[in-house]
Ligand binder design. Structure first.
Ligand code: FE2
Length: 242
């Protein structure tokens, strides 16, 4: 499903585009290279591949760039690696995923209890092929994705900001959603204190299209929605969450 000149939606459980537990999965077309944002939950990952093949040659996709390691965003990573694609994750998030297995598993259990994953679901831990750093832009053909590290939903969450001719895009992962809701969880790794520290890093962008990991997305005035989230950080009440 084409969203902008350069961005397609190739997976989403919420609208039935792919497995019901998948986050929104986006495809960025940079001309002679393409990247996928997030790898989905890893149940029926071939549906994501099939959706790519409806719009481009599968060989053009070089990498999967994960916003964070939660199972609905990173659970399909092994599938893509078996398909010969590289999987990239932030250095901070990888450190969290690899070295805090007890907490990662507790967060998974809480999510399963909430219906976020099916009973008995097991996360396929993956070894990223490359560890992204915040100061290193990600090139995709003619496009540049600028990582922005905003902890709060997960310790190593990267949002990606991309300027393009028709629309500037923010892939916000599970950090901020339409109407400024934030992705605060009652689970290990998530912290309102961290949100307060980092949300301001999303200010002053020129976001037209806001593409979060779940729920609605918008094609214009995205920055207004981001700013609503930032504004929540300076108020005493518990912020609205997704
Ligand atoms: Fe998440």
């Amino acid at each position: 499903m084409q969203l902008t000149e350069k961005v397609h939606l190739i997976g989403s459980g919420e609208i039935g585009l792919s497995n019901r537990y998948d986050c929104h999965v986006y495809l960025v077309d940079g001309g002679d290279d393409a990247v996928i944002i997030d790898s989905g939950v890893g149940i029926e990952p071939e549906r994501l591949k099939q959706n790519v093949e409806k719009v481009m040659d599968w060989n053009k996709v070089s990498r999967i760039i994960c916003t964070h390691s939660h199972a609905d965003h990173g659970g399909g990573s092994q599938f893509f690696q078996q398909e010969g694609k590289e999987v990239w994750l932030s250095d901070v998030e990888n450190e969290w995923m690899q070295n805090n297995r007890d907490e990662v598993e507790l967060a998974l259990e809480l999510a399963i209890n909430a219906g976020g994953y099916p009973q008995g679901y097991q996360f396929k831990y993956f070894q990223p092929d490359f560890l992204m750093k915040e100061e290193e832009a990600v090139k995709c053909g003619s496009l540049t994705l600028q990582p922005i590290h905003v902890k709060g939903h997960s310790p190593g969450m990267f949002c990606f900001y991309m300027e393009a001719k028709d629309k500037n895009v923010l892939f916000s992962g599970d950090t901020v959603f339409v109407n400024g809701e934030i992705g605060l969880l009652n689970a290990p790794g998530s912290s309102l204190h961290d949100f307060r520290e980092d949300m301001g890093k999303l200010a002053d962008l020129k976001t037209d299209a806001l593409f979060p990991g779940h729920r609605l997305f918008v094609l214009s005035n995205g920055q207004d929605h981001v700013q609503m989230g930032i504004d929540q950080m300076s108020k005493v009440f518990t912020p609205r969450t997704f």
